[in-house]
Design a protein. Sequence first.
Length: 97
Amino acid sequence: MRVAFHPLAERELTEAAQFYERAAPGLGGEFLGEFERLTTLVSAYPDAGLGDSQDLRVVHARRFPYSLVYQLSADAVLVLAVAHQRRRPQYWRDRRD
């Protein structure tokens, strides 16, 4: 299944990776690698994340306190947010279709 990123989710991913890279060289790449793994997972298994009744799903990163929040449609996975797990809960709700 095709995976697309909401523009703000793409920005969140980039900014978080830059933050980790500044904290420790190489860590930003590891962060991006973890989200590549999550993206591959939801592409192959769209129902893998924890879901609700409105086709919203969430998968959590293993090493980092971030989650990939996505919405399912008939032919695609739309990543709504790369959300920090302890900051501003559900701030991304208005990004839904």
